[in-house]
Design a protein around this ligand. Structure first.
Ligand SMILES: NC(=O)c1ccc[n+]([C@@H]2O[C@H](COP(=O)([O-])OP(=O)(O)OC[C@H]3O[C@@H](n4cnc5c(N)ncnc54)[C@H](OP(=O)(O)O)[C@@H]3O)[C@@H](O)[C@H]2O)c1
Length: 237
């Protein structure tokens, strides 16, 4: 498979290593220096584009992929305000878009545990629930995309929580403490606390390999498909 890497930073480099190990070829790498000159035509050299750039650049890059009619796997976070518009454009252009706030198999299993625990805890209102996410100091978005996905799952199941916040503690708000420390690849903790005890679940990434492997497997999966896909589709396929 010929892969274009849109964004060749920490994740782009991990993805390259895994893609080469799996027998794929990298035909294009883009970054700040060459992004403006890259056209849809350039992306056509690839069977699939893997997009891990920045919240400010991701949507323009996805649009080039849609124009080129090349499937795109998007791992960049912090662009969800434009997601509905992009999804509509993808369907109109008969394109293929795979998106995930977290490509790690472990995190996606953790998300299933999070949903199940929230469902169980809904009727036990003596417990309050909070979240903590810890990432490296270079991360541009706050809270993490993974934390937002986890928060949405909690809010979907816990009737007493209506929204999430990184600044306000309120009984109806799921508080997310967002910490930025050193080179931490990604830690997420969901904690239910009562006067009597605590129940806590945690996912801690040791490195970026899990995200990179998931993104390459998603790229292999999306070839030949049309539409919008998530890790849910991949994990149930
Ligand atoms: N979904 C997941 O599983 C997952 C996992 C980890 C990270 N992420 C997300 O993935 C994104 C990238 O993370 P990272 O750690 O790799 O960040 P990073 O090391 O800062 O890399 C970002 C890269 O984007 C490049 N870039 C800047 N403008 C661009 C443009 N217009 N077009 C293409 N590339 C451009 C930068 O180029 P220069 O090198 O020239 O500056 C840099 O190489 C972030 O949003 C992060 O939150 C997602």
């Amino acid at each position: 498979m010929n892969i274009a890497l849109s964004g060749y930073g920490k994740m782009g480099k991990e993805i390259e290593a895994i893609a080469l190990q799996r027998g794929h070829t990298i035909v294009l790498k883009t970054g700040r220096a060459n992004a403006a000159s890259i056209t849809a035509e350039d992306f056509r050299k690839a069977d699939v584009v893997i997009e891990f750039s920045t919240p400010d650049t991701v949507t323009a890059n996805i649009r080039k992929c849609l124009e080129a009619q090349v499937p795109v796997v998007v791992g960049t976070t912090g662009w969800y305000d434009t997601f509905e518009t992009i999804a509509e454009e993808c369907l109109q252009k008969d394109g293929a878009l795979f998106h995930a706030t977290n490509f790690s198999l472990g995190v996606n299993l953790f998300m299933k545990v999070n949903s199940y625990l929230a469902e169980l805890m809904n009727k036990y209102d003596s417990y309050d629930v909070e979240m903590e996410e810890i990432h490296h100091i270079h991360k541009l978005d706050k809270p993490s995309g993974t934390a937002i996905t986890l928060a949405r799952q909690v809010i979907e199941h816990i009737d007493r929580k209506k929204n999430w916040s990184i600044s306000d503690r309120h009984p109806e708000t799921l508080f997310i403490k967002d910490l930025r420390e050193g080179e931490v690849p990604g830690t997420h903790i969901i904690k239910y606390t009562s006067e009597i005890d605590d129940i806590e679940i945690m996912h801690k990434a040791h490195n970026r390999k899990g995200f990179a492997l998931g993104a390459v497997i998603a790229a292999e999966y999306i070839i030949g498909k049309k539409g919008i896909f998530t890790m849910q589709d991949l994990m149930t396929s």
